[in-house]
Design a protein around this ligand. Structure first.
Ligand code: NOJ
Length: 542
């Protein structure tokens, strides 16, 4: 990697959902001190940065995505001093802390909103998006993402305010330069504390124009982001990643422009929506169209090569566990978890590992009363009322529910998997005696050590970072294979995506190459691929 390249190009980020990672005070909820206790584990894994889901002060109407004070930490998680201690402790392992910035909206308990709703001439009124109206006569028929109208009436001032999410999450008015200035000051305050980067929640929704019914990708979006970047991120050496459900490759090239004018990269979700019925929502399950998965990754790899940067992820706090989703969490759990890791980490971009993914943690099948996620309870209620079959509804929840990702981290085989000495806020997955960090860290054949090796390879072999991408065996229904090349290195990644033993059609291509990593022993036989078998081949030269 050239010396003028950005550090985050060969970095790997680890996402922590603080509520479920490690509890230090016995209240059953994870916290910042708990993360500090586990830093050695993260150091061993070799990650470069931690993305923390929101920890700022919040009434938790939407699990912290409703912030009431950007410059304070929620007491559930600790204090600003704990955050400073976390930044310092992580620094000892060369790990940077990425904060989750929620800039599209605040909590309705935020001081700005409390002021704004007092009167039309309050200095904070114009911090939010208001329209005159009459009670019961809505400005228009726009709907909120979490259901109901996007407009909420405030009788005291006879106006409606706009909210794309919950009524407890009023949208900020980015047209107001004062709002933008306050946000920049706040970001610089965190930068001064040594924060290493930011993940920007639903950033493609900030430039809304409700009168034109525009929410996502508003006309001023990139103008706002460029100003934000210039006033804040560009003053440091940060990693920044925007959440952009509305991104196509063209837009992603703007977001991740190598000139640094916007962000380092964005999360795009094209592959994530593949296993649902066309035009329906995520609960309406459909088999994964495998060839399409290959096409989508290929398009993003090619389009952003040399003119943008990808983020690579299978999991986050909103998604089911990948080994249960597109692997096999029963007899081939270890093999398939490693295969999915190898497949993703061989690509160009910055990989994100979601807590427990490196252990092959699986989905859960709870009874409805054991779930905590409001989204799960809402869909259950709605669908039962609409006459859906109960087993079918529960099946969708088992397959796609967000709580699959939110069960406590499985540290060891003691009670509550070592997560808490209290009562966990959500039940621990009962497979923790078999699947836990303690049994994997020192086992060279564990999933943990496969991830660890992948992180190291990215640092040792520049081709992982800068190589171009060619899809191989485009129409093969079982194998996901590709070649990456730079001027003096070549890697070929071959993955059997399914559970049958099949012919290996790339024996000729790989015959003079060495194996860098595989998920089975005995890779000499190049005529077949065993269930979920994955190999990384390497050679010098193009
Ligand atoms: C995306 C977050 O991942 C989700 O949890 C949250 O509800 C919305 N943004 C709104 O902030």
């Amino acid at each position: 990697m050239g010396s003028n390249e950005k550090w985050w190009k060969n970095a790997v980020v680890y996402q922590i959902y603080p509520r479920s990672f490690q509890d230090s005070d016995g209240d059953g909820i994870g916290d910042l001190r708990g993360i500090i206790q586990r830093m050695e584990y993260l150091g061993k894994l070799g990650i470069d940065a931690i993305w923390l889901s929101p920890v700022c002060k919040s009434p938790q109407a939407d699990n912290g995505y409703d912030i009431s004070d950007y410059q304070d930490i929620d007491p559930t998680f600790g204090t600003v001093e704990d955050m400073e201690a976390l930044i310092k402790e992580a620094g000892k392992y060369n790990i940077r802390i990425i904060m989750d910035l929620v800039l599209n909206h605040t909590s309705n308990q935020h001081r700005w909103f409390q002021e704004a709703r007092k009167s039309k001439d309050n200095p904070y009124h114009d911090f939010y998006v208001w329209r005159d109206g009459e009670e019961g006569v809505l400005p228009n028929d726009m709907r909120a993402i979490f259901g109901g109208s996007a407009w909420e009436w405030v009788p005291e001032i006879k106006q409606y305010y706009f909210h794309q999410f919950l009524p407890e999450q009023p949208d900020l008015n980015w047209e107001n330069p004062q709002v933008r200035k306050e946000i920049y000051d706040m970001i610089r305050w965190w930068m001064d504390k040594g924060v290493g980067g930011f993940r920007l929640d639903v950033i493609d929704q900030i430039a809304k124009e409700p009168d034109n019914k525009i929410t996502i990708n508003g006309p001023k979006l990139h103008e706002f982001i460029q100003e934000l970047s210039k006033e804040t991120f560009q003053k440091g050496d940060l990693i920044t990643v925007g959440e952009a459900w509305g991104a196509d490759p063209e837009r992603a090239k703007l977001y991740s422009n190598p000139d640094g004018s916007e962000f380092s990269m964005v999360f795009q979700f094209e592959h994530i929506g593949l296993d649902q019925q066309e035009g329906k929502d995520k609960w309406d399950l459909a088999p994964l169209p495998f060839l399409k998965l290959k096409q989508i990754f290929t398009r993003w790899q090619k389009e952003l090569h040399n003119c943008g940067w990808n983020s690579l992820f299978w999991n986050n706090h909103d998604l089911p566990r990948i080994v249960s989703r597109w692997g096999n969490d029963k007899e081939y759990r270890v093999e398939s978890a490693k295969m999915l890791a190898i497949l993703l980490h061989g690509m160009q971009g910055t990989p994100y590992i979601y807590q427990g993914e490196e252990l092959g943690m699986t989905n859960v099948q709870y009874e409805i009363e054991d779930y905590r996620d409001v989204e799960i309870h809402n869909v259950y209620k709605e669908r039962i009322e609409a006459g859906y079959d109960r087993d079918e509804v529960m099946h969708s929840i088992h397959v796609k529910g967000r709580d699959n990702a939110r069960t406590p981290m499985q540290w060891d085989d003691t009670e509550n998997a070592g997560f808490t000495i209290g009562t966990p806020w959500i039940k621990v997955n009962d497979n923790y005696k078999d699947i836990n960090a303690k049994s994997q860290v020192d086992n060279p054949n564990s999933i943990f050590n496969c991830y660890k090796t992948l992180i190291q390879l990215r640092k040792e072999y520049p081709v992982f970072v800068d190589g171009d991408f060619t899809l191989l065996l485009e129409n093969d229904e079982n194998i996901f294979a590709y070649r990456r090349q730079n001027t003096d290195q070549t890697i070929v990644i071959v993955c059997n995506f399914y559970g049958n033993t099949i012919d290996m059609p790339l024996a000729e291509e790989c015959k003079n190459m060495e194996i860098l990593l595989a998920n089975y022993d005995n890779t000499e036989d190049m005529s077949v691929l065993r269930p979920y078998e994955a190999r990384i081949y390497f050679s010098h030269g193009r």
